[in-house]
Ligand binder design. Structure first.
Ligand SMILES: *Cc1c(COP(=O)(O)O)cnc(C)c1O
Ligand SMILES: [Zn+2]
Length: 418
């Protein structure tokens, strides 16, 4: 049974029915949030139903998602990614209970698929035929894929700094691509808001209130894997904050249902070249002013100089959870990519940001040795192959394919103790 009840406006608290493809508040233009009637069905029934339907990934949580009754899952394999225990990485960081949520294994190679599967499925069920989003690359690829499967006409506005392979993927998956020239993200938000007000259905994070509903499934999967306990700390890269906010909403719902008894501290990570949320956090502010230059980092997927609505939701989650916002340099990201590689996880730099933040967290005392920590790895390194080349160590040598030369090269490096 779908427990979605209605949308509530963040600002004026006006209500909108859950089965209207609403974007912003009709009364005041504020952001909408879906509310649920979480106590109408016993939690154990919801969890049991979810446990029985692992073949449909994020869709197994349909009771807790705004998908109308009878909606056919728009399923491509999203969700139920592994929660890996770490070996060397936990030792290196001195966090023995460090786990990695490996969302690089999603259908289009990033965690965006959690949100788009549900949001596009919802839009299709309510009759949306044409829609757009804007993207630094990964959101566009994910949107294009699910929209194509749903038969929705899709246009993606891409930042002109987006990597050409990311732009190519969007076209390959069947969407129209428009490259955007702009000076600040503020111009992008003004443009997408105008398109939304003109009536075009938007999948831009937060303007679209359903994408982060899909992101909630992080919280469900992680708590389920930990025996219905929340981790002490969850570390998540932050661009718009939709991923972190969605996970936080999921944890809060589980607590409301009495399934978990405490919430994790949420650590959000941004590149120091462009870290509006981190600056606002360090100054104790409720919303973030524009900061930095998003072109001066390899972490394209989390490089934005001005979060939508000042990042108020993500900041409130970080404050309320007792977490923090952390800035990392490109050098930290390369090191984190190598550490993750040795765990069998190929991360794009934005995704490695979770581990880069933990390189500092232990020495700064933000995380203790006894904490159970989940670092979310949000996207695959195959998305930015040029950066993989920069992060990886160079070849150890050049040798001719000649037995004598190779034997000489191995020489005393040879271990005969097999
Ligand atoms: C989009 C993206 C992020 C940031 O997610 P938000 O929800 O915008 O905060 C982080 N990592 C990767 C790989 C992404 O594609
Ligand atoms: Zn309102």
């Amino acid at each position: 049974m779908n427990l979605a009840s209605h949308y509530v406006c963040d600002d004026c608290h006006a209500r909108t029915p859950a089965d209207v493809p609403a974007l912003l508040c009709d009364a005041c233009g504020g952001l909408l949030e879906m509310a649920y009637d979480l106590t109408r069905v016993p939690a154990r029934d919801i969890l049991a139903r979810a446990a029985e339907h692992r073949e449909i990934g994020v869709w197994r949580w349909a009771d807790l998602l705004p998908v109308p009754e009878g909606t056919e899952p728009l399923y491509l394999g999203e969700g139920d990614t592994p929660l890996l225990t770490t070996r060397r990485l936990g030792e290196t960081l001195n966090i023995p209970n460090l786990m990695i949520k490996n969302d690089t294994l999603m259908p289009t190679g990033s965690f965006k698929d959690r949100g788009f599967a549900i949001a596009v499925g919802y839009a299709r069920a309510l009759g949306v035929k044409q829609a757009f989003t804007y993207s630094s690359g990964n959101a566009g690829a994910s949107f294009a894929t699910y929209a194509a499967r749903a038969g929705i006409d899709a246009t993606v506005l891409v930042e002109d700094s987006a990597h050409e392979s990311k732009i190519a993927a969007i076209g390959l998956y069947g969407a129209r691509v428009l490259r955007l020239q702009y000076r600040s993200s503020l111009e992008i938000f003004a443009s997408v808001s105008a398109l939304t007000r003109a009536g075009l259905y938007s999948f831009v994070n937060f303007i679209n209130p359903i994408r982060h509903e899909g992101m909630k499934t992080y919280a469900y999967e992680i708590c389920e894997a930990l025996g219905w306990k929340a981790p002490d700390v969850m570390v998540h890269p932050v661009g718009t904050g939709g991923g972190l906010w969605g996970a936080w909403k999921g944890f809060r719902e589980l607590r409301q249902m009495g399934v978990i008894d405490r919430l994790p501290r949420m650590i959000g990570v941004q590149p120091s070249a462009s870290a509006p949320i981190v600056r606002a956090f360090n100054e104790g502010l409720p919303s973030a002013a524009p900061h930095g230059d998003a072109t001066r980092t390899v972490a394209q997927s989390i490089a934005g100089d001005a979060p939508i609505q000042g990042g108020t939701r993500v900041l409130s989650a970080i404050y309320a959870s007792g977490g923090r916002a952390v800035a990392v340099d490109d050098g930290d990201l390369f090191e984190a990519m190598r550490l993750l590689g040795a765990e069998g996880v190929t991360a794009e730099p934005s995704a490695a940001a979770s581990v880069a933040a933990l390189l500092r967290a232990r020495s700064q005392g933000w995380v203790s040795e006894n904490d159970t920590v989940v670092a979310v790895i949000t996207g695959s390194g195959q998305k930015q192959p040029d950066v993989l080349v920069r992060a990886a160590p160079p070849p150890a040598g050049d040798v001719r394919a000649d037995p004598d030369e190779l034997l000489k090269w191995f020489g005393d490096r040879m271990d005969n103790g097999r």
